[in-house]
Design a protein around this ligand. Structure first.
Ligand SMILES: C[S@@+](CC[C@H](N)C(=O)[O-])C[C@H]1O[C@@H](n2cnc3c(N)ncnc32)[C@H](O)[C@@H]1O
Length: 396
């Protein structure tokens, strides 16, 4: 088995619970190294630190699977970890039919994400090592949750290309099925596995449900970056008179229409396919105002080096959004960029508010991703979603 010797900083990080070894922390390697093989990680002094998947072509050189010298990495280990991950969601967190079943390193399953939507599980693999186990993983998912009849492989996206893996989208195991209807708070959603990510953004679930209590009959709501209508449908179900849903994807807006029908709120919905920046600029020019504006853009910062540019994009979106909130209205604003921490996000919103002449009060405690996307205290990378519910007043 290949050996990877790491520097003191990388060793300290692993000691605190980090499960990722970056290339920059590697001092040298020993033995033959093939992408996807299992390798062992040691300190310079020869102390065992862990065992995991190696990919010499990736910036993340080793994804640790175990820090226990006596634990073998094999399909039985994955089966047990998937079972435990599912049990945690159901028994500890109390989820029932729709939840993130596996969230990568937070479940000691690096490079694997599994979302469950009733009888369908949608999985994403982003490490070449995990790819070798994908059929075992699919079987283990069905075994852990016998109600699951289909395992869909949604293996697309940037992280896959970075690992040198092909893009594949298909039913991997079980019945050919792509769609199901899930319940979330007072709303229902059609989840189509062929959509973005695993099919649905489960990470915002608690934040979408939290919106329901702020929306009342008579209100006008704007949901920018709506995808399949996540926040918009909740707002309509909560009784808003008019909800405008904006997304650049025509496929997503068609899904919003289907979801509106499913929830019996189509008479109160309006749809705009277009670029959020342009759509909001046009609305500002027309002098439009909303009681609630929701901004849930894609990750504008994909790499640390893009932080400044990405924060500028967040600033522009929030500055526009704030101009569309009426006096005494609400802004719900989110960022799913892991490189933007809460402080940086708050500073950006404060700057946008100052420019827009607005005064902000925090309505809800700082919000983050749903608990089925666990945050590992020792791994900053696992904490990525930030959401602020803000009461907006004009500066007097
Ligand atoms: C993070 S998802 C939003 C998830 C959604 N709020 C939910 O609860 O399901 C981001 C969405 O922004 C859309 N999007 C990306 N860039 C956009 C742009 N420039 N203008 C409008 N929509 C955009 C994507 O199509 C995607 O649906």
């Amino acid at each position: 088995m290949a050996k990877v010797i790491v520097d003191a900083q990388a060793a300290r990080a692993i000691g605190k619970g980090a499960m990722i070894v970056f290339k920059k922390g590697v001092v040298r390697t020993e033995g033959e190294i093939r992408p996807g093989d299992i390798a062992e990680v040691y300190t310079r002094g020869g102390k065992f630190l862990g065992r995991g998947f190696i990919n010499p072509n990736s910036n993340i050189m080793v994804r640790l699977i175990t820090q226990d010298e006596h634990t073998e990495v094999n399909k039985e280990l994955f089966r047990e970890r998937i079972r435990r991950a599912n049990e945690y969601r159901k028994k500890v967190l109390g989820y029932d039919k729709a939840y993130r079943m596996v969230y990568g390193e937070a479940d000691y399953l690096p490079g694997l994400i599994v979302d469950r939507f009733n009888e369908i599980a949608s999985l994403q693999i982003s490490s070449i090592g995990m790819e070798r186990f994908k059929f075992d993983v699919a079987e283990a998912i069905m075994e852990a949750e016998p109600e699951i009849e289909t395992v869909f492989e949604k293996n697309t996206g940037r992280s896959r290309r970075r690992e040198g893996l092909p893009e594949i989208e298909r039913v991997l195991l079980g019945r050919e099925k792509y769609r199901t209807v899930i319940e979330e708070g007072k709303a229902k959603f059609i989840v189509d596995m062929r959509g973005q990510k695993t099919g649905f953004f489960l990470d915002q679930r608690e934040n979408r449900i939290a919106l329901e209590k702020y929306v009342k009959p008579g209100m006008r709501v704007l949901d920018v970056f709506t995808y399949t209508g996540g926040f918009a449908i909740h707002a309509a179900v909560a009784g808003a008179d008019e909800v405008v849903a904006v997304d650049k994807s025509p496929w997503a807006i068609n899904m919003v229409k289907e979801n509106a029908k499913l929830n019996g709120v189509e008479d109160r919905m309006k749809y705009v396919v277009g670029s959020a920046f342009q759509v909001m600029e046009d609305m500002i020019k027309r002098g439009e105002k909303f009681d609630v504006v929701i901004l849930d853009p894609p990750a504008f910062v994909q790499h640390e080096k893009d932080l400044k540019r990405g924060l500028r994009a967040y600033f522009n979106v929030n500055y526009a959004g704030l101009q569309l909130v009426r006096e005494g209205g609400i802004l719900v604003t989110a960022s799913c960029s892991q490189h933007v921490d809460m402080q940086a996000f708050k500073d950006m919103v404060i700057a946008a508010a100052a420019k827009a002449g607005k005064f902000l009060k925090l309505l809800e405690p700082y919000r983050t991703q749903a608990p089925d996307h666990p945050i590992l205290m020792a791994s900053k990378d696992t904490e990525y979603l930030k959401a602020l519910f803000l009461y907006v007043e004009d500066i007097k």
